[in-house]
Design a protein around this ligand. Structure first.
Ligand SMILES: Cc1cc2nc3c(=O)[nH]c(=O)nc-3n(C[C@H](O)[C@H](O)[C@H](O)COP(=O)(O)OP(=O)(O)OC[C@H]3O[C@@H](n4cnc5c(N)ncnc54)[C@H](O)[C@@H]3O)c2cc1C
Length: 453
């Protein structure tokens, strides 16, 4: 009997880009045309734009962790682990399974979509003392941590300790930092009503950014509106300022101010996954330099997209422009790259990725939001309807849609839930502990592994 060997497509990363690609492959590719495998450390797709709402307790963690196995056409082999290196010449991806076992996965086509990691700088004490906002665990930890600060301040007899526990610093004025500060400020504002011994005036949130503007993508008028909402909510905004050093109980700003605090949240940008450097190919600020078809020049069968890749932005006239790292692009690139992989399998022509930006939505919690759909500037309730409507419709499964809608409704009726679960409080949840940036191999280590079979 002849054994039929089908081409193998290996997708790395189950985020917006990876899942978009896998679902399209499952739909469009005949089961006898190719085998599809997906390398992912978790069995869900995280809907990252709603992460600040998990950190503030508006949504439960499960509501934005969309199951990979809930799909009518689901037939992909899921490999539980993380890719730690790729040898594009040998066509091998080295995977560390969640058990710690390291295996070589051979492929004919590889689609690299491992996203990004939190970008850090060489600031003394930063990775040991800051908390990130990039994973579900970080958001859940943060929620517990903030509520615990209120509990500890309430119990303390020491005025200085109480003041330090009630100060919070968020670094990064992009949408992640702005939404996080806005949503968590609302949480503490509402929670403090249940702590009659605490003076609400002692709660201080600082949002700082080295740039001169918050979310410059919003434009001047809408950016100012967002800033006004945050200021009215009592958030102290400092622009042109960063962190000089971070300690366990105080943070020093570059303008010389020393803030006593136990909470430093770091959302100052992202950098492409370290996996991209293992290929030894050209990168643009760490993102793998691919063509507008999202394939890697000079390497057969390698595709990359999403936050991890510098995909030329064909919708812009500017030479050298690349697509920004947003969910909007990653989702669409996922579908498009699947079409190109299929075209390449069938010997057809691949097409370039072109997408005109649809705008931006920023949910500041409650009825406050600013949105810019298709260039129209919206504020308040209309902006919030657009923001939540957009996110809700972008959730991939009906179960996730129902969970999120129910949580929003419950929050509107019953207010914030401020119970620290305690399940997470023993672990430190600092930047150093998440994202596993030290796990990757060097190109030499990968070649050594693939040469030895
Ligand atoms: C708090 C926050 C708010 C945001 N808000 C918005 C917003 O409002 N609008 C917007 O457009 N964008 C927003 N973004 C950005 C957006 O989420 C990203 O641009 C988008 O997720 C990128 O998609 P991706 O598929 O490239 O990566 P991701 O969605 O990050 O997915 C990458 C996946 O790869 C996995 N992975 C990582 N390393 C490996 C490895 N070595 N091996 C295997 N798997 C791996 C990860 O676990 C993850 O599942 C926000 C981001 C954050 C953090």
């Amino acid at each position: 009997m002849d054994i039929v060997v089908r081409p193998k497509i290996l997708v790395v990363g189950a985020g917006f880009a990876g899942v978009g690609c896998v679902r399209r492959l499952e739909r469009k590719l005949g089961s006898d045309e190719a085998d599809v495998a997906l390398v992912t450390p978790v069995s869900y797709q995280l809907y990252l734009p709603l992460l600040p709402q998990v950190a503030s307790g508006v949504l439960t963690p499960q509501s934005i962790a969309v199951s990979l196995r809930r799909s009518r056409k689901y037939r992909t082999r899921i490999i539980p682990g993380g890719a730690i290196g790729v040898d594009p010449k040998a066509k091998v991806c080295v995977v560390r399974k969640i058990t710690g076992e390291i295996v070589n996965e051979r492929y004919d086509h590889i689609v690299l979509a491992p996203g990004s990691v939190t970008r850090t700088f060489d600031i003394p004490g930063l990775t040991d003392n800051a908390r990130g906002m990039k994973t579900l665990a970080e958001a859940a930890f943060l929620r517990d941590h903030v509520i615990s600060q209120l509990d500890l301040a309430d119990a303390s007899q020491d005025e200085a300790e109480r003041a330090a526990r009630l100060q919070f610093v968020v670094v990064g004025g992009g949408y992640a930092g702005t939404e996080t500060a806005a949503c968590l400020r609302r949480l503490t504002q509402n929670a403090v009503k249940r702590y009659p011994r605490l003076d609400p005036k002692l709660i201080k949130w600082h949002l700082i950014d080295i740039a001169p503007k918050l979310m410059p993508e919003l434009g001047d008028k809408l950016g100012r509106s967002a800033q006004e909402i945050l200021r009215k909510r009592g958030i102290d905004i400092s622009l042109g300022v960063s962190i000089a050093k971070a300690g366990p109980d105080e943070v020093t700003f570059t303008d010389g101010r020393v803030i006593p605090t136990h909470t430093l949240i770091w959302t100052a940008g992202v950098a492409a996954s370290p996996l991209m450097a293992t290929l030894g190919a050209e990168t643009v600020k760490g993102r793998l330099a691919v063509s507008s078809e999202m394939s890697l020049p000079g390497h057969d069968g390698v595709f990359a997209l999403g936050d991890a890749a510098a995909v030329p932005d064909e919708a812009k006239d500017t030479e050298g422009a690349v697509c920004p790292p947003t969910a909007q692009h990653a989702m669409r690139q996922g579908k498009h790259v699947a079409d190109n992989v299929i075209a390449s399998l069938r010997g057809q022509r691949m097409t370039p990725y072109v997408h005109n930006d649809l705008g931006l939505v920023v949910d500041l919690g409650g009825l406050d939001a600013v949105s810019k759909p298709l260039g129209f500037e919206l504020r308040g309730l209309p902006a919030q309807v657009v923001a939540r409507g957009y996110h809700w419709s972008a959730l991939r499964t009906n179960v996730a849609k129902v969970r999120v809608a129910t949580n929003w409704a419950l929050n509107a009726v019953a207010g914030h839930d401020f119970v620290a679960t305690g399940l997470l409080s023993r672990s430190s949840a600092k930047l150093r502990d998440f994202e596993h940036t030290g796990a990757y191999l060097t190109p030499e280590q990968i070649r050594e592994r693939t040469a030895n079979g």
